[in-house]
Design a protein. Structure first.
Length: 150
């Protein structure tokens, strides 16, 4: 079970905004530099929250693609489940940085359950969970830093 190199590289590159947000939470001087240089949306919990909502929406599209590989009632369930991450991001990320961060953490944890569903039913590649598990753990750790320390 080898994860294709492009999926691995792009998956881990997709963690950069989460890592950047976490680091700018922990290093106030870097946060100040970021706010002054490229704007407050790219600092602290804000970059993680904005980007996290985008990624949950993106993952809905990925899951929709997996649903096309299912048949009958299972396909109907797959299409229905695939829209949950985007709807979660839309409805649950208000209420300030801490509340939105906790909601995104729940969304990414739930996404991992959906990943497992599609993988278990043969719609996702065999290597899918081997990629998604470490990515999800990294995202959860970064978001936790934003929730706890921001």
């Amino acid at each position: 079970m080898i994860i294709p190199r492009p999926a691995l590289v792009l998956g881990f590159a997709g963690l950069i905004p989460f890592f950047w947000g976490a680091v700018t939470v922990l290093v106030p001087d870097l946060a100040f530099w970021t706010v002054k240089t490229i704007g407050p949306r790219f600092s602290g919990p804000y970059v993680m929250l904005f980007y996290g909502a985008i990624i949950l929406s993106f993952m809905s599209g990925v899951l929709w693609g997996f649903a096309t590989r299912l048949d009958g009632a299972q396909a109907g369930a797959g299409y229905t489940l695939s829209v949950i991450p985007a709807l979660w991001a839309f409805f649950m990320t208000g209420g300030g940085p801490a509340g939105a961060g906790v909601s995104l953490m729940a969304g990414f944890a739930g996404l991992l359950v959906l990943d497992w569903f599609f993988w278990r039913n043969g719609a996702a590649p065999i290597w899918w969970l081997a990629l998604r598990l470490p990515l999800t753990l990294a995202v959860l750790a970064c978001l936790a830093i934003g929730v706890i320390f921001a």
